[in-house]
Design a protein around this ligand. Structure first.
Ligand code: FAD
Length: 567
């Protein structure tokens, strides 16, 4: 009798899944309870998020024995590396998004999508509580509960403001498609505002002062795109504004593009100087009001305030509130992201996985394995390692953990001399040997780099694909709990742990020039890398439809320039 009061609220995609609303429920929450005849024996997999991690998981999952429900506040996948291009109309927003239903309808398995956001995860009772975005159902209720057997958390992150006063209220962010569209409108609006009659020169200068906070890849790419837009398109349409426009890039550290090779950093800083982009290093933003941005200069601690017309805040990512609450619930306090093991299982709960920007792998650190590593490298059992043996250790670790390799390269430590100096003081390279204590000291630097993989689309999509592969083999693994013979000796888990493969990274710098840092310490900067960038990104787009749209946009821009109508 209770079931008769239920109302269908969820569209079925791929067949099989139906969600019901309890019309009498007093707390306004919809229960997902199919009538007995349709109760599925299939294991329910709930995926939270349709970003890089969630979509890659969905695309690779192909075992029809699962009943999959995807929940996300946006019903599309967005190709984030092209978001900076959307801010100035080099590429249209529609060209970089793919409806998630387009992706799931091709799957030969039960997949249901619900547009809504999860606001609470109850791992003990295996339920997630969600709120629909747009519509109320017939009874005016917007919330629903979904039960799961396996939960895949791929909710990404939100911009990190470091609680700086005024940032939420006055700054633009560049995280979602809507953000990019808003920036595009605001840039044009500011040019129109500055062209109004009756303004003082000071006022025009303020309105056309664009400030970018954060010298990471996103901030740098946006500054470069904005510079090109202004110089290639807007100055033709707003000739009077030309003398008033200024772009400032604020970075708290000593250099921009810190995670890149030094050659790229230097090239980018010099290019921006030539282009007239004012890069202020060692400048930490301490507050933003409606017309002024205040910075503290590292070193002398001086506070300076400058008038601005528009600020774009791009200083990295922070934790979503729902993820933070969940972390508290499972005893993972004081972290930025959900800690998982190397199989992407959330530590402290069962059958919950986390991937992408909302997760961090608690890797077995070098220091924990110190004796084993030492013993393995000490081939002649002398109790000491030669430089050559130590070099082998570093090579092995770097191959397994690309973030360590990158770190060492950036610090110019590839010849390990610096590491050895850290352990033994100033020593001649060939002559030294390390005992276990010195070995530990030398590795402690490397160990600190083991914790976090970079928060990139590359990591997220590789994790999604890895997890889908594990799920596809789950049944087989459960039937053979010992695992395939080749793993039995190791015996830690039925699947191999996740291993990230770093494929390189790009930093577009404007003027049809891009910096590329590819595996094997291969660095290329200039016009040829720009063509590589075009090819790689065109090939990585999620569908032929988006690929065609983006290539058309690029061609349109080459022929007609960017559109500056501000709609
Ligand atoms: P996201 O892709 O952010 O997806 C999160 C998903 O969760 C979204 O669908 C969101 O709607 C959904 N969600 C949010 N809240 C909830 C909720 N409460 N309940 C359910 N679902 C929820 N990386 C690169 O490797 N190369 C690049 O060139 C690059 N360029 C970038 C440029 C920009 C402007 C930005 C912002 C990022 C860029 N990145 C790049 C980083 C990359 O986009 C992220 O690392 C990647 O998106 C992380 O994937 P994700 O799936 O974890 O999160």
């Amino acid at each position: 009798p209770l079931l008769s009061k239920f109302v269908v609220v969820c569209a079925v995609s791929g067949g099989g899944l139906v969600a019901y609303a309890d019309a009498n429920s007093s707390n306004g929450v919809l229960a997902r309870a199919p009538p007995p005849e349709t109760v599925s024996k299939k294991k329910k997999v709930v995926v939270l998020g349709t970003g890089w991690a969630g979509t890659s998981f969905l695309k690779k999952l192909n075992d029809p024995s699962y009943d999959v429900q995807v929940i996300s506040p946006r019903n599309y996948f967005a190709f984030t590396p092209l978001l900076p291009s959307v801010t100035v109309g080099t590429v249209e927003a529609r060209s970089i998004v793919e409806p998630i239903r387009n992706i799931v309808r091709k799957k030969k398995m039960d997949v249901c999508f619900s547009e809504g956001e999860c606001f609470k995860i109850d791992a003990e009772n295996k339920k997630v509580y969600c709120r629909s975005n747009e519509y109320n159902n017939l009874n005016g209720k917007k919330e629903f509960v979904v039960e799961y057997d396996y939960l895949v958390i791929a909710m990404g992150a939100r911009p990190n403001t470091f609680n700086t006063p005024g940032v939420e209220e006055h700054c633009n962010f560049l995280k979602e498609v809507e953000d990019a569209q808003k920036i595009r409108r605001n840039v044009i609006d500011n040019f129109e505002k500055a062209s109004l009659p009756g303004l003082t020169e000071e006022e025009r200068k303020r309105i056309l002062h664009f400030v970018v906070v954060g010298g990471g890849p996103t901030g740098v790419e946006f500054a470069a795109e904005l510079h090109d837009f202004v110089n290639e398109d807007l100055v033709k349409l707003y000739p009077a504004a030309k003398d008033f426009v200024k772009i400032t890039l604020l970075e708290a550290a000593d250099h921009i593009l810190n995670m890149f090779d030094k050659r790229i950093t230097e090239f980018a800083e010099e290019k921006f100087k030539r282009d007239g982009i004012d890069v202020k290093l060692g400048s930490m933003v301490v507050g933003v009001s409606d017309k002024e941005i205040s910075t503290k200069v590292r070193g002398n601690g001086e506070i300076a305030s400058v008038p601005y017309g528009m600020v774009v805040w791009s200083t990295g990512i922070g934790t979503r509130p729902v993820v933070r609450d969940f972390m508290k619930q499972i005893g993972q306090n004081n972290r930025r992201a959900l800690a998982t093991d190397e199989w992407l299982r959330v530590e402290g709960c069962n059958n919950v996985y986390a991937l992408g920007d909302c997760a961090t792998i608690n890797q077995r650190k070098v220091m924990e394995d110190i004796s084993a590593i030492f013993k393995k490298a000490d081939k002649d059992n002398s109790g000491t390692l030669t430089v050559k043996e130590f070099q082998e250790v570093i090579k092995d670790i770097s191959q397994r953990y690309p973030q360590v390799e990158l770190y060492l390269k950036n610090k110019k430590m590839s010849n390990i001399v610096d590491l050895l100096k850290a352990a033994k003081g100033d020593v001649a390279k060939e002559s030294i040997e390390l005992n276990i204590e010195e070995f530990k000291t030398a590795l402690s630097e490397v160990d600190s780099q083991m914790k976090n993989l970079p928060a990139t689309a590359q990591v997220a999509s590789q994790q999604g694909a890895y997890l889908a592969k594990c799920f596809n083999r789950m049944e087989e693994a459960e039937k053979n709990p010992e695992g395939p013979i080749r793993f039995r000796g190791e015996g830690r888990h039925r699947f191999q742990p996740f291993r990230y493969r770093h494929l390189g990274q790009f930093a577009p710098l404007g003027g049809e020039q891009t910096a590329a840092q590819l595996p094997g310490d291969w660095v290329s900067i200039g016009h040829s890398s720009q063509w590589l960038w075009y090819s790689v990104y065109a090939s990585k787009l999620v569908s032929w439809r988006t690929r065609a749209l983006v290539i058309t946009d690029w061609t349109r821009r080459f022929i007609f320039g960017r559109d500056s109508s501000g709609i």
